[in-house]
Ligand binder design. Structure first.
Ligand code: NAD
Length: 731
């Protein structure tokens, strides 16, 4: 056995120690489950053994199921994948049920062997589902540990019995935040919630677990759901209180998911049905819903993009093979909105930062942004005064460029003006080491052009953050024509240090993310100008799974920014500029002083506190309203294709080199419908042939911006998918 180890001490107490070799955190695999099964059989078969402790040799108990394995499950399940998946899940249920029943007499409930879970630290996913099947859960008092069932975050639900056990244990209402929101908490809070039984000093963990095993009575081993007449707290679905819970939960799930996430609905169904039948039937119901979910292309796409590929990119899947380039001293030029955020996330990750602005006052203001974030953290009990002092101590706010001496990376975030950028590039390069890398955070200016101001263009690169920097997890790294591999490695190592997710793209107008976002919001404004009700436009996007509709998004990012970008783009593109119709709306809105949320007036009206009150009627008064509104699907196709086709074009033209980056970047960068796994994931779900059909229809009615790219036509002709045949061919 390699993942679980079995030993018995002199007092007849077995310890089953989970210790996956070569990993800092245990994750469950199918081999692991088989080994655990063998340990349990040994325990139950040996009359000399009184009971067992299941624990971990690592500082934490477990991170969860190995989702890579889960992702493979469907592909390897043979001709009848649903049956294969269902059988696999039922095997896990049988094992956990065996632990729970622990060899006791089914009628008298006597003669079972006590099994206790002793959790030294974090226990997530199946790392909590397994303890929930044990007779007691004891955790070390470790405030940094997190215990929870986070499956919903990657488009799944706890399918190892955790859904049913938690609902039976706490009742549907109390279990809802843990199941439907993936809420994870430290041990003491999980004890207060009634999910674990005891919290003890870390050094006492195993001794206390053993003491419990030796003292356990037959009745301590019987789960409430295995006793006669057990009533679930809060009532089953047909109890008046239980009924109210499910009405409320259904509304909550729909208002949060807009009906596009299959996991939350499947989970709710499993709990609703599971609470009305005997426990073993409930587990079978959970297994059926879980199978159904794993067979849904959305869950596969979410696991792929939000877990497997995101992690691969964070670990440097596209990093050039050059030595470690981690940053020790960072220069940030420009202490405005972006520079201040970049300084904070870097100092917070332990990097020494020099934050430069044109005046000391501006530099100090930039640093005070970190103070504000840290103070908020202190208020919420997440940050200590010491930590605050440490982080602030790492930021040197100054106007003095000579402080940049010794910086191995500089990121400029000054005004979006090539001459200002050229000036600060030259000033910084006069001071920094010859080996240092210089990066620009520009959103719109070509990196290759900006690199002309540098003496070392192979050491010049784009590191494009999204606003607000401390919240947005994506960083787009842009290679100019002359950018060298060491600069790419430096940027990737830096992004890893600050624990964000990188994508690496080539240098073309608006790079990748903005290139796709702009046509999306523009299509929204075009629809509004044509007389489509603004509520239909935004809700069509919400119903596709976007966190906000395009008009609301424009209000958030501001219309004057849109006008500025439109003017600059027009100047650069001349006659090829495609968005005159949109400009009419944007420029007119700006003329009316309706700049978006920041001016408390945009496509929405706002109250004084900035709360949205409803759509502004002035837009309809100016541009009219169609008597007959278009079908929802037509609006959705337009909004979806506007951005998806741009992603395909970016891939076709080589701006994107890896579809995984296109998908992960879209979800993290602009909230692209996560259920679909990203634009390429979405295209795979509907199929290239269907996509071409939609494009042909849209092109005929709305113009060439919807023309299907040749790549998509070729794929349709050959029956290819991005992640199937195409990805395999590339590999
Ligand atoms: P900002 O106006 O808030 O900040 C720019 C700062 O640069 C100001 O504090 C200014 O005093 C300082 N500055 C100007 N000239 C300088 C000089 N010669 N030396 C030192 N400091 C100087 O702008 P921002 O929104 O932080 O944007 C900065 C950069 O980041 C721009 O290139 C922008 O395109 C890019 N960007 C912005 C966003 C966004 O959402 N705002 C997102 C991604 C990238």
């Amino acid at each position: 056995m390699t993942e679980f180890h079995y030993s018995v001490d002199a007092d007849g107490v077995a310890t089953i120690t989970w210790d996956v070799p070569g990993k800092s955190m245990n994750v469950m695999s199918f081999d692991g489950l088989r080994e655990l099964d063998t340990c349990i059989d040994k325990l139950l078969a040996d009359p000399a053994v009184k009971g067992a402790i299941i624990t971990s040799a690592k500082p934490d108990f477990a991170g969860g199921m190995d989702l890579n394995v889960l992702a493979e499950l469907r592909d390897t399940a043979g001709d009848n994948p649903a049956q294969g998946i269902f059988d696999g899940i039922m095997e896990t249920h049988r094992l956990f049920r065996k632990i729970e029943r622990a060899g006791m007499d089914p009628k008298t409930h006597k003669g079972g062997k006590p099994i206790v879970a002793a959790l030294p630290g974090t226990a997530m996913g199946i790392g909590l589902e397994l303890p929930l099947a044990c007779h007691r859960i004891i955790a070390a008092d470790n405030p940094k540990a997190r215990i929870g069932l986070p499956e919903i975050m990657v488009g799944l639900f706890p399918g190892g019995g955790g859904t049913i056990r938690l609902a039976y244990k706490l009742g549907a209402m109390a279990a809802a935040p843990y199941l439907l929101e993936g809420k994870a908490q430290e041990p003491k809070k999980m004890k207060a919630a009634g999910i674990i039984d005891e919290v003890v000093a870390p050094d006492d963990l195993l001794a206390r677990a053993k003491e419990w095993v030796l003292g356990a009575k037959d009745s301590d081993l019987v789960k409430p759901w295995d006793t006669k007449g057990y009533k679930v707290p809060g009532g089953a679905p047909y109890h008046p209180a239980g009924y109210m819970t499910f009405v409320g939960a259904s509304v909550m799930v729909h208002s949060k998911t807009w009906g596009v996430y299959p996991a939350a609905k499947a989970l709710l169904s499993a709990v609703y049905e599971g609470l009305q039948v005997p426990f073993d039937t409930a587990l079978k119901i959970e297994a059926r819903y879980f199978t159904n979910l794993l067979m849904n292309p959305s869950s596969g796409a979410m696991v792929r993009s939000l877990f497997v590929n995101k992690q691969a990119l964070e670990k440097g899947a596209n990093r050039p093979d050059v030595p470690d380039e981690r940053v020790s001293k960072l220069g940030v030029l420009g202490a405005g909105m972006m520079g201040a955020g970049i300084a904070y996330v870097s100092a917070n990750a332990g990097i020494e930062v020099v934050l430069i602005d044109a005046t000391q006052e501006a530099a100090d203001k930039g640093k005070s942004y970190s103070t504000e974030i840290l103070d908020k953290g202190i208020k919420r009990g997440k940050v200590t005064e010491d930590r605050k002092a440490d982080v602030l101590g790492r930021i040197n706010a100054t106007t003095d460029y000579s402080a940049l001496e010794g910086c191995d990376l500089v990121i400029e975030a000054v005004f979006e003006d090539p001459s200002v950028k050229a000036e600060v590039t030259a000033k910084a390069e006069a001071v920094i080491p010859e080996t240092a890398i210089f990066a620009s955070n520009t959103s719109t200016l070509p990196i290759t052009e900006l690199a002309k101001a540098s003496d070392r263009p192979e050491q010049f690169i784009g590191i494009h953050f999204f606003s607000p920097v401390d919240k947005m997890m994506l960083v787009e790294i842009i290679k100019g024509k002359e950018t060298g591999t060491r600069a790419v490695a430096k940027a990737l190592d830096y992004v890893r240090q600050i624990r964000k997710t990188p994508i690496v793209v080539n240098d073309e107008r608006f790079f990748y993310a903005n290139r796709c976002i702009i046509p999306y919001v523009n299509e929204g404004m075009r629809l509004a100008k044509e007389g489509v009700a603004p509520a239909l436009v935004d809700n069509a996007a919400r119903l596709l799974g976007f966190p906000v509709g395009p008009l609301q998004l424009v209000d958030e990012t501001s219309l004057d920014l849109g006008a500025k970008i439109a003017r600059a783009t027009k100047a650069a593109m001349g006659d090829a500029y495609p968005d005159e119709a949109v400009d009419e709306v944007v420029f007119w809105m700006v003329e009316q002083g309706r700049l978006g949320r920041k001016s408390k007036a945009g496509f929405f009206d706002y109250d004084d506190s900035g709360k949205r009150l409803g759509y502004w009627p002035g837009l309809t008064e100016r541009f009219g309203r169609l008597d007959e509104q278009p079908e929802l699907t037509e609006v959705q196709h337009r909004l979806m294709m506007a951005q998806v086709l741009e992603a395909v074009r970016a891939y076709e033209s080589g701006v994107l080199e890896d579809i995984r980056e296109g998908d992960v970047g879209a979800i993290l960068g602009w909230g692209f419908a996560p259920w679909s796994g990203g634009p390429f994931g979405w295209l795979d779900i509907i199929g290239a042939a269907r996509a071409v059909e939609i494009c042909d229809d849209l092109e005929a009615r709305f113009g060439p911006r919807f023309k299907a790219p040749q790549l998509l036509r070729d794929m349709a002709a050959k029956g290819e998918t991005f992640y199937g045949s195409k990805a395999k061919a590339a590999a």
